[in-house]
Design a protein around this ligand. Structure first.
Ligand code: FMN
Length: 455
């Protein structure tokens, strides 16, 4: 059997790289300028990445003691530019690479989100992706008229309706709806366009969308939920799942659980690509890479790390003894990050303060070593059923991506694990995903799947 190919996404903030990435001597300082994005996108396209992924958050974090000071002081989670203009710029500078931005289902409406991503998909010739998030901070909720973050079940219930409505809007024009006949004067076929008339508990939309069906049918859907409801949602709707794990064992558990869930919903599990985060530090040797990693960790101010952790799990850590252990608790924030942090703290017996120091420099799933060590690690994760590829996180931009591109990519290519040219046109082509037929949403939405399984 041929060896499984590795998919690569590049994780890139529209702003400084988390907590300390911007302090690195080789980090570019111009993340408020267009050239930072266009230059990095060209570099990643030359390295033949499947896609660039831009995360997002809709607030200056203030989970630590209710103050935004640490986030501003240390550049931890702030500033954050709007990812859609950022990926639009990157799209204009490239021809092949996929581009995914993050948009919340909590504080938007299906019509404007369906429209933005359909537009991006047209303007990029089918290279757009949408990272669907339900958002996880009180500070974000408070920027949109809420007192606090709505409970997780409610966030996912809204996201479920949101996805169904959005997919139906993308389907509101059939693939045959555009005639564009200058001679007869007919642009579109009204019989191939229909209203949506979606009436949910959280979202309502009449439709049709003002944009023809996207080239990819639906732009690629990315998701990162790790809680039981997050996994169920992702198993139905996602084309790509982004996750982070502290060990290969927890990655294998997650991978097999979500793939089995996808199969239960009648999907081909191979049409759901799981990409754990891999923060890559490449050196000439393992020792050289470790020295680089330690130098990076030394840049962290403990308060900045604590602030970042508090923001990710949406828990004010100042209410606990910082010199005691992280307690077991229900977190409203990112369950995936919390589980990972708890696993790390338990195995090393760390206090909350020590965890903060570590978390400040943590950029999910470190792979530290020579190019050959990193390729070995990636192959192991692929072959043991922990991943279909990786979300490569750069400690600093663009130099960490450049190191990866010049050293690890050729090593993966030598091993027959990574493409040597783009062979398809769309992001779905790069990922080996089929183009959804019109009405594919019926195979994904909880509303129709429930009806189908009822006697
Ligand atoms: C690796 C990873 C990256 C994430 N990136 C974002 C992001 O950029 N913006 C965001 O609002 N949420 C992000 N999330 C949060 C998830 O999308 C999800 O909303 C959150 O984890 C709550 O769902 P859960 O409890 O099911 O995990 C991320 C989660 C993980 C695990």
């Amino acid at each position: 059997m041929p060896e499984k190919h590795i998919h690569l996404a590049a994780f890139m903030n529209a702003g400084p790289m988390a907590t300390v990435g911007w302090r690195h001597a080789a980090a570019r300082d111009d993340f408020l300028d267009a050239a930072y994005y266009t230059d990095t996108a060209r570099l990643l396209e030359e390295a033949l990445f499947d896609l660039i992924f831009v995360p997002d958050s809709l607030a200056v974090p203030r989970s630590l003691g209710g103050r935004f000071d640490p986030a501003v002081r240390y550049g931890a989670g702030s500033p954050r530019l709007d990812p859609i203009p950022a990926i639009s710029l990157m799209a204009g500078a490239t021809r092949h690479i996929g581009l995914a931005a993050t948009t919340s289902t909590g504080y938007n409406e299906p019509y404007n989100v369906a429209r933005s991503y359909a537009t991006l998909d047209h303007l990029t010739g089918g290279r757009a992706g949408w990272n669907v998030v339900t958002s996880f901070q009180d500070a974000e909720a408070q920027n949109f008229g809420f007192e606090a973050l709505p409970p997780r079940e409610q966030r996912y219930a809204r996201a479920e309706e949101f996805l169904e409505a959005t997919a139906r809007l993308w389907d509101s024009w059939s693939d045959a709806a555009v005639v564009h006949d200058k001679v007869s004067g007919q642009y579109g076929r009204p019989d191939e366009v229909r209203a949506v008339d979606f009436q949910g508990e959280y979202v309502k939309v009449q439709g049709p969308l003002g944009v023809p069906r996207p080239p990819q049918g639906y732009p690629v859907i990315v998701q990162a939920g790790a809680s039981p409801s997050g996994r169920d949602f992702a198993a139905r709707w996602a084309d790509v799942i982004f996750c982070s794990h502290e060990s290969i064992e927890s990655a294998i558990e997650f991978y097999s659980d979500v793939k089995a869930l996808a199969a239960k919903y009648g999907r081909d599990p191979d049409h759901l690509k799981i990409l754990p985060a891999a923060a890559v530090v490449v050196g000439d040797s393992k020792e050289d890479a470790q020295a680089r990693h330690h130098a990076f960790e030394d840049l962290v101010e403990p308060e900045a790390g604590l602030s970042r952790l508090a923001y990710h799990i949406n828990v004010d850590l100042t209410k606990f003894d910082l010199d005691g252990p992280l307690p077991e608790m229900e977190v409203a924030g990112v369950m995936g990050h919390y589980r990972e942090v708890l696993e790390y703290a338990r195995t090393r017996n760390l206090t909350i303060r020590e965890l903060g120091q570590w978390y400040g420099a943590r950029t999910e799933g470190y792979l530290v070593g020579s190019a050959s060590d990193i390729a070995d690690g990636m192959e192991e994760w692929i072959d043991r059923g922990a991943a279909d590829g990786f979300m490569v996180v750069a400690t600093h931009v663009p130099a960490a991506f450049a190191d990866f591109a010049s050293q690890v990519v050729p090593e993966l290519q030598r091993r027959g694990r990574f493409r040597t040219e783009y062979t398809g046109k769309t992001l779905r082509d790069h990922l080996g995903l089929p183009r959804p037929e019109r009405e594919e949403w019926k195979n994904r939405a909880a509303s129709t799947l429930r009806k189908a399984t009822q006697p």
